[in-house]
Write a protein that binds this ligand. Structure first.
Ligand code: HC0
Ligand code: SF4
Length: 574
C-alpha cells in the first residue's frame, strides 16, 4: 500500500493507483475531460491529452496529469493551488480559442463537459486570436452527426469505437491544427463502416459527435391535422427518462410517460413491448424449427440494428445465422399501418409512426429501403429518449407531475417478457420462457433466468428441452460479440441461440439515453427498474399476451404464417 497526502489529507491506496483515483477515494474531485474509466463496462481512456486534470506534486518541476500519474510513497499533492487553477483556466481558454462559440444552438448545450468546465472556471471570453482549424460538418448519415470543429481530441470516441466496440470506424488523421478524428480516408460517415451504435456519442464530452435529430419532423406531424400520429416507446425508455426530470436513477415512469405522450398530442400511444412479444412468437418459432432440424445453429437475435450493421461489415459470411424477424419497433410500424389502420379505417399513407428509442442505429434502420410495406415506411421517424425529454420540456410538461395513464389498445398490452428486452439478456430470457413451454408442453416453474442478466459481457445458460440440452448465450458490446462469433466460427464453442446487443448492457445503455458520468451505477439502476417491472407484471410470458393472441386470430393466423412472413420478417439491408 502507498501513503500520500492530497490537499493536506492523508490517504492510503494500492500501488498502481493514479492520483486522480486516489483523490476520488477521499472525495476530492479533480476535473477531467479526456479521462474515462467506466468500471465493469470496461471503457478506459487514459491518454492524458487534455491535461485539465493536472495537479502539483511537491518537488516536481512540471504539473502532472493526475489521470495517468501513479501515486508514490510520501507524495504531497495539491489539486487546487494557484498554479494549478491558473493552468486549468489557460488550458480551457486555449481549447475554446479553437472551438465554435455556438453554445446557444449546439444540441449538446447543457450536456457538454467543456461548457460546464468553462462556466465553472469563469472562462467566458476568447483570449487567444489567430489560426483556427476548419472542417465541414458531416451530415451524411441518418443517424450520426460529426462536427469536427467541436472535437477537443480527447480520443474517447476512438477508444470506444476501436477498442470497446472493435468497429474501427473512426481514427485521428493529420498533425497539429490539421488533426481530425474521421472515418478512413476522411470519407463521410455514410461511406464508412460505422454501425451507428452511438457509443461514441455517449462518451463525447462536447458536441463533436451527436445523434441526428427528428424533433422538428415529429412536431410537424403532431401539428398536421390530416395525419393520424402514432407513437411507440421502447422498453428501456421507461427506466431512464425520469433522470431528465430529476427523478432518482432507476425510477420506472411507464404510466407518467404515457400520460405525457397523450398530452403532447399523439393520437395513439402504443408500447414497443407489445411488438417485442410478437417478435418472440415469430423468432421463437424460428428457434424451435432450427433446433428441431438441427440446422443453421446458432440462431442469432436480429432486433439490434447496430449489431446487424456490425454483421454486415465484420461477419457477412454469417448472414444466414440471425433470425429473419424484423425488430420489434419495425414490426409495430407494420402492424400499425396494416392491421390497426384497417381497424380504425384510416389510410396508411395518412398515418405517421414515431418510435421513441434509446438507440441511434434505429434511426438508420427505420430509413432502410426494404423496411416498408406496399411502398409505405413502417416507421417514419425515430427520436431518442433525450429528444423526447426535450419535447416534453418545450411543451411545459414535467414528467414528475404527470398522472399514470395506460397505453392505448389494441397495441398497448405487454408482458414482463416484452419489457426485459431493454436489458442485455432480456430477449433471450423472453424467448426461453416461450420456447420451453411450447416445446415441452410443461409450465416453466422458475421463469427467472438470472444467469443471463447483468452487465457481464458474455452470459451463458443451459435449458433442457425434452432431453435436448440447449446451450444459449447473451452478449453485449460489439467487442464481446466479435469474440464469441470468432469462437463459433472456428468451432471452439457451440451454442444454439445467441442474443447480441451492440451497446454494453443492452438498450438501457443505448446511444440515445440520457447522458451520464456515473455510467455503471446508472445502467445497473435502469436494469433493476426493468426487472422490477417484469417482476410485478401479472403476465410475464409473451405467448400469454392476450392482444398478441387476438392479433394472430384476427390477422396473421399463426406464427410463421405466410402473411406473418410477408409483413413481419425481412432480409437484411446488405
Ligand atoms: Fe431496444 Fe428493442 S429492446 S432493440 O434494446 O428487440 O432501441 O429498449 O425498443 O425494436 O422491444 C432499443 C430498447 C427496443 C426494438 C424492443 C428489441
Ligand atoms: Fe464507432 Fe459506433 Fe461511433 Fe460509429 S457510432 S463511430 S461504430 S462508436
Amino acid at each position: 500500500m502507498i501513503n500520500l497526502i492530497i490537499d493536506n489529507k492523508p490517504v492510503t491506496v494500492e500501488e498502481g493507483t493514479t492520483i486522480l483515483e486516489a483523490a476520488k477515494q477521499i472525495n476530492i474531485k479533480i476535473p477531467a475531460l479526456c479521462y474515462m474509466d467506466l468500471g465493469e463496462l470496461k471503457m478506459v481512456n487514459k491518454v492524458s491529452s487534455c491535461r485539465i486534470c493536472s495537479v502539483e506534486v511537491e518537488g516536481r518541476r512540471n504539473l502532472a496529469p493526475s489521470c495517468s500519474t501513479p501515486v508514490a510513497e510520501g507524495m504531497k499533492i495539491h489539486t487546487n493551488s494557484k498554479r494549478v487553477l491558473f493552468a486549468r483556466r489557460k488550458l480551457l481558454e486555449l481549447m475554446l480559442s479553437n472551438h465554435p462559440f455556438d453554445c446557444l444552438t449546439c444540441n449538446k448545450s447543457t450536456d457538454c463537459d467543456l461548457q460546464t468546465l468553462a462556466v465553472q472556471f469563469g472562462v467566458n471570453a476568447k483570449h487567444f486570436k489567430g489560426v483556427r482549424s476548419s472542417f465541414p460538418v458531416d451530415t451524411s448519415s441518418q443517424a450520426l452527426r460529426r462536427d469536427p470543429e467541436k472535437c477537443i481530441m480527447c480520443r474517447r470516441c476512438e477508444t470506444m469505437c476501436n477498442e470497446v466496440q472493435t468497429v474501427g470506424a473512426i481514427t485521428a488523421f493529420g498533425r497539429g491544427f490539421n488533426t481530425v478524428v474521421a472515418p478512413a480516408e476522411m470519407q463521410p460517415l455514410v461511406n464508412s463502416n460505422c454501425v451507428y451504435c452511438g457509443q461514441c456519442v455517449t462518451v463525447c464530452p462536447t458536441g463533436a459527435l451527436t445523434a441526428v435529430g427528428y424533433m422538428k419532423e415529429t412536431w410537424d406531424a403532431l401539428f398536421d391535422p390530416s395525419k393520424k400520429v402514432v407513437v411507440q416507446v421502447a422498453p428501456a425508455i421507461r427506466a431512464a427518462i425520469g433522470e431528465e426530470f430529476g427523478m432518482p436513477d432507476g425510477t420506472a415512469v411507464t404510466g407518467k410517460l404515457v400520460a405525457a405522450l397523450h398530452q403532447l398530442g399523439f393520437d395513439a400511444v402504443f408500447d414497443t413491448t407489445f411488438a417485442a412479444d410478437l417478435t418472440i412468437m415469430e423468432e421463437g418459432k424460428e428457434i424451435i424449427e432450427r433446433i428441431q432440424k438441427n440446422e443453421n445453429l446458432p440462431i442469432l437475435t436480429s432486433c439490434c440494428p447496430g449489431w446487424i450493421n456490425f454483421l454486415e461489415f465484420h461477419f457477412p459470411q454469417l448472414k444466414y445465422m440471425p433470425s429473419t424477424s424484423k425488430s420489434p419497433h419495425q414490426m409495430m410500424g407494420t402492424v400499425v399501418k396494416t392491421y390497426y389502420a384497417e381497424k380504425i379505417g384510416v389510410k396508411p399513407e395518412d398515418m405517421v409512426v414515431i418510435s421513441v428509442m434509446p438507440c441511434i442505429a434505429k434511426k438508420y434502420e427505420a430509413a432502410q429501403p426494404n423496411l416498408e410495406t406496399n411502398g409505405i415506411r413502417d416507421v417514419d421517424y425515430v427520436i431518442t429518449t433525450r429528444e423526447l425529454a426535450k419535447m416534453f420540456k418545450e411543451a411545459g410538461i414535467d414528467l414528475k407531475d404527470m398522472p399514470d395513464e395506460e397505453f392505448d389498445n389494441p397495441l398497448g398490452e405487454s408482458t414482463g417478457a416484452g419489457v426485459i428486452f431493454g436489458s442485455s439478456g432480456g430477449v433471450l430470457e423472453a424467448a426461453l420462457r416461450t420456447v420451453y413451454e411450447v416445446v415441452t408442453g410443461n409450465k416453466l416453474e422458475n421463469i427467472d433466468f438470472a444467469a443471463v442478466r447483468g452487465l457481464a459481457g458474455v452470459k451463458e445458460a443451459f435449458i433442457d428441452l425434452n432431453g435436448r440440452i440447449i446451450r444459449v448465450a447473451a452478449t453485449s458490446g460489439l467487442g464481446n460479440a466479435r469474440k464469441i462469433l470468432e469462437k463459433v466460427e472456428d468451432g471452439s464453442i457451440k451454442y444454439d441461440v445467441i442474443e447480441i446487443m451492440a451497446c454494453p448492457g443492452g438498450c438501457v445503455n443505448g446511444g440515445g439515453q440520457p447522458f451520464c458520468h456515473d455510467r455503471q451505477e446508472k445502467i445497473e439502476a435502469r436494469m433493476r427498474a426493468i426487472y422490477e417491472i417484469d417482476h410485478t407484471t401479472k403476465v410475464r410470458k409473451s405467448h400469454e399476451n392476450a392482444s398478441v393472441q387476438k392479433l394472430y386470430d384476427e390477422f396473421f393466423g399463426e406464427p410463421g404464417s405466410e402473411k406473418a412472413h410477408q409483413l413481419l420478417h425481412t432480409d437484411y439491408w446488405f
